[in-house]
Design a protein around this ligand. Structure first.
Ligand code: GDP
Length: 303
């Protein structure tokens, strides 16, 4: 009997306590976030897409009168960013390795990325983590182009007391990778980490070489290594490697330098692949698992 009255009163109190966000206000608030994201080195196309998606969702929504509209939009934006990271198919690398090893097979990881991003160092850090987790590891020097690449990887292998397979400069990188896999199979080594070239005459040659190694060894995981300091360059590299190699995950290096995190968000957004580790320094222990919540909080924290 009182239903009508009750709902009429409810509607009235809502109208007093709630207000609608109109386009003008949303535009103004989103502009501030746009600038903040760009200042954090998020790629322009990603900023545009994120903010226009959010605008579509927010214009016309009702919020509590007591609520600060800027706080509301910030929270919505944080959720969208979290979704970008969590939307990517997450996986537990150590668990995947155990499953493959249980079949009596070595787990094969191919590392991809341009020279100077920290690929070789990241391979050494990964070998260190894997050894500490109880896995045996072998490295393959399939960068047979860059002067010094073989010596650099061998130096890391010696320091970490793991075996490295290499041939001469100019040798077929796919053959080196296959040698390492055969070696791992015969010696029952758990994980093969393959270093690859990061620059060739043309990027087409480089991508063809990656495709050939992939065909020959059929890696369980292809990991793109990106440099957080490279900003938009890291994003275009990620796009290109994604298109030609369809990698499974990314590791972002040099996050200990004064970077604002934009590259991680951009790479996750444009590739749809998870970021699994962050490089946080030059020593072997400086590789940490990527944590979405703490990353997103740091991206939005007041400076
Ligand atoms: P590659 O050419 O991609 O194999 O790159 P390298 O592994 O040779 O690394 C290039 C430089 O970046 C080296 O001086 C590394 O010590 C440095 N580096 C790699 N990862 C990190 C990191 O996470 N933080 C910092 N500060 N330096 C890094």
């Amino acid at each position: 009997m009182f239903d009508k009255l009750r709902s009429a009163l409810k509607a009235l109190s809502k109208a007093i306590t709630e207000r609608t966000l109109d386009e003008k206000e949303v535009d103004k608030l989103l502009w501030d976030f746009k600038v903040a994201l760009m200042e954090s080195d998020v790629a322009y196309e990603v900023v545009e897409e994120l903010t226009s998606r959010l605008k579509g969702e927010i214009v016309g929504t009702k919020i509590q009168r007591s609520m600060n509209s800027s706080d509301y939009i910030k929270e919505r934006l944080m959720n969208v960013v979290k979704e970008i990271f969590s939307g990517a198919k997450q996986f537990d690398m150590l668990d995947m390795i155990k499953k493959k090893n249980a079949l009596g097979e070595p787990f094969i990881i191919l590392f991809l990325g341009v020279n100077g991003t920290g690929k070789t160092t990241t391979i050494a850090k990964s070998a260190n983590i894997l050894k500490k987790s109880g896995f045996s590891v072998i490295l393959a020097c399939s960068d047979t182009h860059r002067a010094g690449a073989i010596e650099q990887l061998t130096e890391h292998a010696n320091r970490l007391s793991v075996k490295v397979i290499s041939q001469k400069y100019g040798a077929d990188p796919a053959a080196v990778a296959r040698d390492a896999v055969l070696h791992a199979k015969s010696r029952k080594i758990d994980v093969v980490l393959i270093d690859t070239a990061g620059r060739m005459q043309t990027s087409k040659n480089l991508m063809e070489e990656m495709a050939k190694i992939t065909r020959v060894v059929n890696p369980d995981l292809k990991i793109f290594v990106g440099d957080a300091l490279a900003g938009n360059d890291a994003v275009s590299q990620a796009k290109e490697f994604q298109e030609f190699t369809n990698f499974d995950a990314a590791i972002l290096t040099k996050t200990d330098a004064d970077v604002k995190g934009g590259a991680a968000l951009s790479i996750a957004y444009v590739t749809g692949k998870p970021i699994i580790y962050l490089g946080t320094g030059q020593s072997y222990d400086d590789l940490v698992a990527f944590n979405v919540d703490s990353f997103v909080s740091s991206l939005f924290e007041e400076k």
